[in-house]
Design a protein around this ligand. Sequence first.
Ligand code: AMP
Ligand code: ZN
Length: 470
Amino acid sequence: MKLYNSLSHKEEEFVPNEPGKVSMYTCGPTVYHFAHIGNLRSYIMEDVLEKYLRYVGYDVKRVMNITDVGHLTSDGDTGDDKMLKGAKREHKTVMEIAEFYTNAFFEDCRKLNIKTPDVVEPATHCIDEFIRVISSLIGKGYAYEAGGNIYFDTSKLSKYYVFGELSEEDLEVGVREGVEADGNKKNKADFVLWFTKSKFDDQELKWESPWGLGYPGWHIECSCISMKHLGEKLDLHCGGIDNQFPHHTNEIAQSEAFLGHKWCNYWFHVHHLNTLSGKMSKSKGEFLTVSLLEEKGFAPVVYRFFCLQSHYRKSLVFSWENLENAKQAYDKLVARIAALIPEAKGEADKEAFERIRADFTAAMDDDINTSNAVTAVYNVFKADTDAATKLALLDDYDRVLSLDLTESAKKLIAQQQNTDIPAEVAELVAQRKEARAAKDFALADELRDRIAELGYVIRETRQGTEITKK
Ligand code: AMP
Ligand code: ZN
C-alpha cells in the first residue's frame, strides 16, 4: 500500500516497524467548542485510513489525545488559552467545558460513523508524563528556563523545519498570529513546554512542577501521550495540514531530542475543508456543525460521502449546493442498491468477488484514493456478475467507507413499502406476521389470500417480507 508521507514529500510503500502491526496516533480535538465540519473532515479521512489498514489485515492500535489544556488561540505561544476562553464564554469551569465538548465530539463522530480510537487520553490526565519528559529535556540541554517558563531550544537541533523548506519569514508568521512576541525566547522558533509565570493570572488548571505551579504547553501532550501508549517508535501520525507547523514540527523536535532516535516514520495530513469565502472558522460566518447539517435536512452520512468523493490531499470547498449534489448522488446510489436487494439470491460468486474487489483495493492502495474508491462502488453495478455478488462487494467496501450503504437501502425499501401500501393491507400483513410467529400457518395462508384479493402479493425473502402490487 502506498501512502504519501509528508515528511519525505513522496508516496512511499507503507511498511510498519513490526510486521502486521500498526501504531497510529491522531491529534484529537481541542474541546472548547463544537467541532466544525472541517475538523471532522480530518477525522473522517483518518477513520478511513485506520479502517483500511484493518481491512488489509493489520492489527492497529490507535491513540488520540483530547486537548483540554494549553492550546492557545494562536498555534504559537500567544493569544488566549482556548479552554479558558470557552469557559468564560459559557460561564462554566474549564472541566465542565471539556466534558461537555468531549461528549459532543464523540456524538458527532458516532453520527459520522467514525470509530472511537482504542485509547483516548485527555492531556490533563498525563501531567506526570509531561513533567518527566520536560525534566529530561532540560537535563539533556534541549530546554531552558526563562522568565519562569520552560522553553524548547530549537537551536540545539541540526534540522528543525522537518516538513518543508520554511523561510525565516514563514516561521515568523507561524508565531506571529497572536498579539505580542515572547521576549523570553532565545530563538524565534523556540516554544513553551511548561508555563509557570503565565500571563493568564486566571488560568484555572495548574499543577505543581519542579518549576513551580503551572501548566503544559500544547505540543508536549501529543509526544507524551503517544509514547505512553505506543512506545518509542511510532508508525503513523495523523492530523490536519495546519498541524504540520508548528505543532507536528515541535512534536518531532521534542520527541526525538528526548528519545535520541527517529520517532515517527509516516505523517498523514488531511488538507482543509474551506468555505467559498475561505478558511473555515468557529467564530466567523456560519458555524458549520453536524447539528446544523441535520437541521438543514442532511443526514451526517451524506457529509461523509461528500468528503469521500475527494482525495484527502486536496483542499475541499464546502457549499450547501455541493452538499446537496452529494445528497442527490447518495440517494440515487442507495436507490440502486435497493433495486439490487430483491434480485440477490444465493451465495456470492467468490471468483468474481475477488476479481472485482481488486478495483477497490487498487484505489485504496494508491494513497487512500477515496475518490476512486467511490468510483469502484459505482463500477460494481456495471460488473459482470450476479446481484448477490454485487451486494457482497458493496458490503465489503463499506467496512472501510462506512456509508451505511445496505442499511440505507433496506430503510428505503421499508419506507417505500409503508408509504405505498394501503392501511387495510398493512394491517393484514401485520396479522399474518403474528400468525406465522404463532405457527398458525392456516391463518397465515388465509390472510395471504385476502391480501391477494386486495391486489398485493406477499413473499418471504432473505431481507424479510416483501410486498408488491400485482
Ligand atoms: P483542533 O480542535 O483545532 O485542535 O483541530 C482538530 C483537527 O482538525 C486538527 O487535526 C486540525 O488540523 C483539523 N482541522 C482544523 N481546521 C480544519 C479544516 N478547515 N479542514 C480540515 N481539518 C481541519
Ligand atoms: Zn497533536
